[in-house]
Structures are given as C-alpha cells and as structure tokens.
Design a protein around this ligand. Structure first.
Ligand code: BYC
Length: 313
C-alpha cells in the first residue's frame, strides 16, 4: 500500500469509530499531534500540583489537609498515567520532560496564577477540575486507546476533586462575611482563567481541524467551553456566588448562557511565559528535577544490576 492508501485506510478506521492502538499504522502527523497534546497534558498535571501544594501546610483542619494532600498526589498520578500513555508513541519520558524544562513544551495556562487564600483550593477544585472534567470526559472517547483509557480513571478522580472544591466554597458561603468575601474574591479571580483552559476560539485554533478529523478531539474548544459555562452557572447560583461577567445571560432560544469576551491578550501573555507565576513554576519544576537526579540514578543502577544478574543466570 502506498502512503495515500494507508492514510485513507486509517481515516476509514477513525470514521468507523475504531480505536487506534500503539502498534497500528498511523500518519506521522497524528503521532506528533498526540505527543504534543499528551505531553502538554502530563506537564499540566505535574505543574498543577504546585499552586495547591502551596496550601497543604496551611489547610484549616486535619480533614481538609488530608483531602488536599490526597488530591495533590492524585494529580501527580495523572501526570504519570499520561506520560506512560505518551511513551507508547515512541518518545521517552526523558525527552518529554526535557522539552518541558527547556520551555519548548507548554503546560496549561491556568497554573500560572497564584493561590492567595484558602478559598482558592475551593475555586480550583470547582472551576479548574470542573473545566478539566468537561474536556477529559470527551478525551476518554478519543481515537487513541492509551490516552482514552488513561482518561477514564483520571475523570473518576477529577469528579471527586470537583466535589471537594465545591464543598469548600459552599461551606465558606455559609460562613462569616469575611469567609463569603474570600470565596467570592477567589471565584472572581479564577473564572476567566478557567474559561481560557479550553484554548482559543475555534477560528483561531490551528490544531483543531486535524484533531477533530482524527477524533482526538470530539468537540471543539468553543463547544466544550460553552458546556462548562452552562453546567457551572446554576451551581454558582445555588451557593450564592456571583460570576464576574456583566454580559452573562440565559438565552431561552438557544438554551445556552451568553457570555462576555475573554481577554485573549492576557491568554497570549500567559502562554508565552509572561503570566504572574510562569517563572516561579518553571523554577520550582527545574529544582525538583535537579533534586530528584539521585533517585533516577539509583533506579537506573538498580535496573542495570537486575539485568546483569539475569544475564549471569
Ligand atoms: N494553556 O490549536 P489550539 C488539570 C496552546 S490539568 C496553554 O486550540 P489544541 C489539573 C496550544 O497548546 C488539565 N496553552 O491547541 C491539574 C497551542 O500551542 P502549541 C490540562 C494552550 O491542542 C492539577 C496553541 O495554544 N488539560 O486538569 O488543539 C490540578 C493553539 O491552541 C492552552 C489538558 O491538557 C491553554 N489553556 O487545544 C487541577 C487537556 N490552550 O502546542 C487540575 C488536553 C491552547 O502549538 N489538551 N494552548 O505551542 C487539550 O484538550 C487541548 O490541547 C487544548 C488546546 C484544548 C488545551
């Protein structure tokens, strides 16, 4: 079969809803797009541990501390599943991490915002994990088997994270005036960055047409963003939180919320490394990588010892 025939056969399989597995033939561009997206996703999970890790020692009770600790550990685990899934595409974890530490690979814009109060643990769980669930529930049905399967377990854990975040905010909203103000301030800061998590508008998204054709993405950036808004507004109303968007209104005809425009200049600045915390996040990850060198060396030495023992036997 020539290249064209192979590509047609591949697209037919996708159109029929078949799942692509690591040893199947795939276009080089499909492999590259998946590596880009999966590795960025894995980096986001790992960087995402930093803003919440910041509050583990200051959680207001032992119960809250234990829950937050478990959540942050979960995010590290998510990074590992996705790195492992991406390794099936013929790239090593070292290469992916190298691209991240050199600044070549991106990670989600949302983690370049600071966590200023305890309420931010609520807003991150409710909004950030809420946005992630909308995006990842779709990815759990994507065409690449290892990515889709990693998403199934991740979504289950994200659901728990989402509920605990909402519960933190609901509790604060039933508290004192200061607690209610703290919850509101946090949502006001995290609302717009959460909408940016879904990426640029469809018309400005260079990767979407390939990803949609290959069913890596099942829905466009704008469709998923709208889904997130529609399901989140009633939850906000339920606990008395205001969404910081004066243009927000329910449209009875379309049965969707209309919303104001996102500040795309802010988005571009953040993904180009000029957000509030970009430098701090990269510094923390580079330090963690350097500090962990001895663990990698020890694991490597242990693995080699096992190999030479096996050869001797
Ligand atoms: N942030 O053509 P587009 C979590 C980039 S972590 C940064 O639309 P695509 C959690 C994009 O990469 C969950 N960059 O791209 C963890 C591209 O640049 P490059 C994170 C962004 O790929 C801890 C350019 O803009 N979730 O839940 O079709 C605690 C053009 O965009 C962003 C995922 O990673 C952004 N927000 O669509 C709590 C989900 N948006 O690569 C929670 C998987 C766009 O050409 N990823 N860019 O340099 C995706 O679904 C898609 O990659 C995106 C973007 C929707 C994000």
């Amino acid at each position: 079969m020539n290249q064209q025939e192979l590509e047609k056969k591949f697209q037919d399989r996708i159109d029929k809803g078949e799942i692509i597995e690591p040893k199947d033939w795939m276009p080089e561009q499909y492999r590259k797009q998946l590596i880009r997206m999966m590795s960025q996703h894995a980096h986001s999970e790992v960087v995402g541990m930093l803003p919440e890790g910041n509050w583990i020692t200051r959680a207001p009770s032992l119960r809250r501390k234990a829950v937050l600790l478990a959540k942050v550990q979960d995010e590290g685990g998510h990074g590992l599943y996705i790195y492992s899934g991406a390794e099936t595409l013929d790239i090593s974890r070292e290469e992916m991490v190298g691209e991240f530490l050199s600044g070549k690979a991106k990670y989600s814009s949302i983690f370049n915002y600071p966590t200023l109060s305890w309420a931010d643990m609520g807003a991150i769980g409710w909004l950030v994990d809420g946005a992630a669930i909308v995006n990842q529930t779709a990815l759990a049905k994507c065409s690449y088997g290892p990515y889709a399967r990693a998403m199934v377990r991740i979504c289950k854990e994200e659901n728990f994270h989402h509920k605990q975040g909402y519960e933190i905010l609901a509790t604060l909203m039933k508290g004192t005036k200061e607690q209610r103000e703290m919850a509101q301030d946090s949502v006001s800061r995290f609302w717009w960055p959460s909408l940016m998590m879904f990426g640029p508008h469809d018309k400005d998204s260079p990767h979407s047409s390939d990803l949609l054709r290959w069913k890596v993405k099942l829905f466009s950036n704008d469709t998923l963003r709208q889904r997130f808004i529609d399901r989140t507004i009633p939850q906000a109303e339920n606990i008395g939180i205001e969404i910081p968007d004066p243009a927000l209104k329910w449209n009875e005809e379309t049965r969707h919320y209309e919303h104001g425009e996102i500040d795309w200049n802010e988005f571009k600045n953040v993904i180009s490394g000029r957000g509030i915390c970009n430098k701090e996040r990269m510094k923390a990850r580079r330090k963690a990588h350097e500090d962990g060198a001895w663990v990698r060396e020890a694991a490597e030495a242990y693995a080699q010892k096992k190999v030479s023992k096996a050869v001797a036997v």
